[in-house]
Design a protein around this ligand. Structure first.
Ligand code: M6R
Length: 364
């Protein structure tokens, strides 16, 4: 039921504080250790041996995988590669030493993922682990181990609460690896503390809908939009672009901001909104240099940031609440979901059921 909302997509965006709460529920022992009731001793043994993670996914779930690569590598010190399932299946697969196959899927029925899992059997992976929102799905049935997101049923074709709960499970999984391998218990505890405050942080950002709506009014009639990020925010920029394409029918690209000068700068004029995710972190100074490059070419810049980052005068800045760096990708996904939603709303599109798309893609 849509309740007070006009669309399932809006309802699901607003459900995120609760879906994240449900996803972390009963998964922390004394707020010190991550616990997954789905996993047995065998799984933990495999995790302890794991030196590489191969992630396979499609669409939004692929973007969750890309964010987690930054986390696996910088926090758990485990090498990680991420590929879209439809590509993974049709090329030579070189299995790294002590590699774990990790599939991320909301539905658990995506044909490309099932195909990838089938092809990977007997290639020498330590095992296969699926992160899924549907406990009774084919992927869960076919893989060795599964972890569940507790987003509840997602009806809108555009994935929203499934994405942020996937990121939540991935960050818990990173903490699990930290526990088993590097044994940095302080870091594990820090991750748990941050995941505990995340639902409230998301409540806060959802209150900023007016400034996101004003931005939607400025971009709804445009033909192209570029989303830019750096580090963990680069996959979030890609996700923002996917949401806009999918429900607002505007062509959009998600790009790493430093890559702009290698081609896309040629696209910049006053008709192409450039939406930049730029919280106050150690990458901000570099991002600012890139912003000036765009500005000097007449770009129409909108910056999503926090109360602390300082920018040149006369930049359009949407000031969002402060967020701790570790959980900031989950946080910045929310205004971009709202932006796509409001843009589609202003355009009068069929938001829950975008043309040509199905909720679960069961054909190759
Ligand atoms: O069910 P899955 O997570 O495997 O689905 C993967 C993609 O088809 C899905 O994320 C798609 O990109 C969404 N509609 C994006 O919002």
């Amino acid at each position: 039921h849509k309740g007070k909302f006009k669309h399932y997509t809006a309802k699901e965006i607003y459900e995120q504080p609760v879906s994240i709460k449900n996803t972390i529920l009963n998964r922390f022992i004394k707020n010190e250790t991550v616990y997954f009731s789905e996993l047995d001793v065998k799984a933990e043994k495999i995790f302890s041996q794991t030196e590489h993670i191969q992630i396979i996914a499609c669409g939004t779930s692929y973007h969750a995988g890309l964010v987690s690569k930054y986390w696996f590598e910088s926090l758990a010190m485990i090498a990680c590669d991420v590929e879209v399932a439809s590509e993974f299946c049709y090329k030579k697969i070189l299995v790294r030493k002590n590699s774990l196959l990790l599939i991320i899927s909301q539905s658990g029925e995506t044909a490309d993922n099932l195909n990838a899992l089938k092809i990977s059997k007997n290639l020498g992976y330590l095992g296969s682990l699926t992160i899924c929102n549907s406990k009774s799905s084919s992927l869960v049935y076919e893989s060795d181990f599964s972890l569940f997101t507790c987003a509840g049923i997602e009806i809108g074709v555009a994935s929203t609460k499934a994405f942020t709960t996937q990121l939540t499970v991935l960050l818990m999984l990173v903490a699990k690896f930290i526990h088993l391998k590097s044994k940095n218990f302080k870091l594990e505890k820090k991750i748990i503390n941050l995941l505990n405050i995340l639902p409230n942080r998301i409540e806060e950002i959802l209150k900023h809908k007016k400034s996101v709506y004003s931005l939607a009014k400025k971009i709804f009639d445009k033909k192209n939009i570029i989303f830019l990020g750096k580090g963990e925010q680069y996959p979030i920029a890609m996700e923002g672009a996917l949401k806009i394409k999918e429900i607002s029918y505007i062509h959009a690209e998600g790009y790493p901001i430093g890559e702009l000068k290698h081609g896309p700068l040629a696209l910049i004029d006053s008709n192409v909104p450039i939406i930049i995710i730029a919280p106050n972190n150690n990458l901000l100074e570099k991002i600012k240099l890139n912003i000036e490059e765009i500005h000097s070419r007449g770009g129409l810049i909108y910056i999503l940031s926090d109360p602390f980052a300082k920018f040149n005068k006369n930049r359009n800045i949407i000031r969002l609440p402060y967020i701790e760096h570790l959980i900031s990708p989950i946080f910045y996904a929310i205004p971009l979901q709202l932006l796509a939603y409001y843009t589609a709303l202003i355009k009068g599109e069929n938001i829950d059921q975008p043309r040509n798309l199905a909720k679960s893609v069961t054909v190759e």
